[in-house]
Each structure stands twice: as structure tokens, then as C-alpha cells.
Ligand binder design. Sequence first.
Ligand SMILES: Nc1ncnc2c1ncn2[C@@H]1O[C@H](COP(=O)(O)OP(=O)(O)OP(=O)(O)O)[C@@H](O)[C@H]1O
Length: 370
Amino acid sequence: MPGATLTRIGKRFGAVQLFDGFDLSVGDGEFVVVVGPSGCGKSTLLRLVAGLESPDEGTIHIGARRIDRLPPGERGVAMVFQSYALYPQMTVAQNIGFPLRMAGRPRAAIERAVARACDMLGLSDLAGRRPAQLSGGQRQRVAIGRAIVREPDLFLFDEPLSNLDAGLRARMRREFAELHARLGTTTIYVTHDQAEAMALADRIVLLRDGGIEQHGTPEELYHRPASLFAARFFGQPAINALPARVVQADAEGMEVATGHEGERLVLPPRAAGPLPAGSRVTLAVRPEALAAAPGGGRVRFAPRAVAYAEWFGGERHVGLGTGDGALTWRAMGGPAPETGAAVTLWAEAHDVLVFAPDGQAMASAPLPRV
Ligand SMILES: Nc1ncnc2c1ncn2[C@@H]1O[C@H](COP(=O)(O)OP(=O)(O)OP(=O)(O)O)[C@@H](O)[C@H]1O
């Protein structure tokens, strides 16, 4: 299975330059999930690869084959849309076999391919039904079946699960993962759902205004976000972000003050070098990285009053403090704290991220040699 390469792509809509010198490489057999806020260019990216839009500049290759000037049907890509785009008058089997009939394949070969796809997707008993007689999840499976029978070099998925309810989404998500494990087809999958991206991706590409904000494994984006934008995009509840000022920073460490009742935190030094005293930074810490128990060498936050506590069966989300000093704490187990009670939270120093005034992450400095 060849990979896909987009090189120096430019794409303009009227006065808006959406992509400008955009590069993306998708490895052979890789499952890349493209995420980003509404309007960042996710769908356009897929449409450019599928041939539903033409780039103003740049090239698109699948393996060594240049495809950006080929008509959509000759690119060796299969795209699955959020809307499924099934033919209502055709049965499941006819819908799945449609691309092969259009390609003039022999009837017996079509029947074999359709039977195999139906078997793989658990649609064999439904092969004679029409789309109106199917559930949303079953319809989406038919759309996937229609993509599979073409044996494309590249799958493109545009928010394929958005029309399904939460339970079905989770199930279909696992089906996507299993299907990818079986077929190994190079895949670009677009979603605006960060949880879906983290669950499915070999690699996540986070888009922002037509550019790549950050790409990497789900773990890298979650634990080592390159920017406050990336930090905020992943995680539910969202990462805590506290505006702070540098009190003092040197090679030994940095001391910062937040807006919460004179709170001062001492953090390890940052690789980017010391910021001058008074610099505005943003501290960020995941709700699950906070703990209500003290421990050696930890960052201690000043007490905050419990504003609310929500129980989700197994975990509790506790809102502490108000305004700029507010923190959300994700507590596993333990009794419900009373509203108004003061809670002191701790975090490991490496779990407290620091973002420079421009929103870029300030990586922790490597530990000094001893
Ligand atoms: N055919 C078009 N004509 C004009 N502008 C367009 C066209 N297609 C897309 N755009 C603009 O390009 C930008 C990116 O659109 P795109 O649909 O790729 O975003 P998206 O990230 O998929 O958003 P969403 O998550 O809302 O689907 C938007 O500002 C959109 O208005």
C-alpha cells in the first residue's frame, strides 16, 4: 500500500487563501486523523485529494504516482462521507457493488466482492434491503462497503460517524480500527471530535486556519502539546489554563504567581531559557493530573473553594475556585466534596505545562547532570 504526499499545496477561495505551501505526508498503511475547529480546512483537504477540488498550486502523489491532475475515478482513492450518499432505490448489495458495475467488472467478480464486503461488515443478512430499511450505523457500513470493494490505495473519511448517536459512534469507531487492522489501507480520516481522533489515529494532524498546528501520536499531542491551542483542543474536561506572571526565572527553576489569592508556584526550569520577571505566561494542567493528596516534590496549589461537583459513575469532576483561578479536578473515587469546602490540590512538576506569551509551549529543560 503506497502512502500519500501533498507538496506545497495552495488553495484559495475568492479572497481567502486557505492553504499556502501546505505539506503533508501520510505513510504507507498509516491511519492519519485530521482534526481542527470548524472552517480550518479539513474537508477541503480531503476534497483536494479526492479530486472534488483542484489545488491552485502544488502536487499530490500516491506512492510515486502523481494524481492531482487525474479525474476522481482514476486516482485510486475511495471517499466516505458523513451523509453516506447511498442510492435509495438500490439494495445494500447493489449499492456496494455500484463502483464495480461502473467499472465494467464481470458479474461473478462483483458478486464475490460484494459478498466478501458484506461478510466483513456484518451486512450479509441485510443485502437485499434498501437504505430506508436500515439504521444509521448499518447505512454507514454500506457506504464503507462501497469504498472497500474498490480496493483503493487510499481511504478518505469525512466525519463518517457524525450522524450517529454516542453509543453507536463508539462501536463504529472500533469497527474502523478493526477494519484498518485487517486491510492496512492508508487512511486519512477527518473529524472535529478530539476523542474520536485520539481513539483511532496512528498520527493526529491538528489543523488551524489551513496550517498544521501540530502533528504526532495521540499521546504526544495530549501530553506534550506544542501550543496552548493544541493543549486546549484535546481532553475532556478541558485542560486547566491559569494566567500567571513570572516572578523569577533562572537555570534552577521558575517561580510564577497566578491571579488566585497570591498563589505562587515553583516549577522546573524551561529549555527556552528564562523569561524576564513580569512576563505573562499561561500554566496548564490536565484535570486528572491534579490530586488532593500531598507528596514529595510536588507543585502545591493554594486552596480553592468547591464550586460544584458532578459525578459520572467512577469519576467526579470538581470545579474549584472562580474566574481566572478556577481549576477543574477530575477525581477518581473518594467522597463528594461539599460545596464551599476548601480543597488544596497538588500536581507533579512535569504535569504543569508553561506556555509563553505567544502561546507556544516552553518545554522543560533537561534535568541537570548529577
Ligand atoms: N467552495 C467553497 N467556496 C468558498 N469558500 C469555501 C469553499 N469551500 C470551503 N470554503 C471555505 O474554506 C474554509 C475551510 O472550509 P472546510 O469545509 O474545509 O472546513 P472544515 O474544517 O471542514 O470545517 P467543518 O468542520 O465546519 O466542516 C472555510 O472558511 C470555508 O468557508
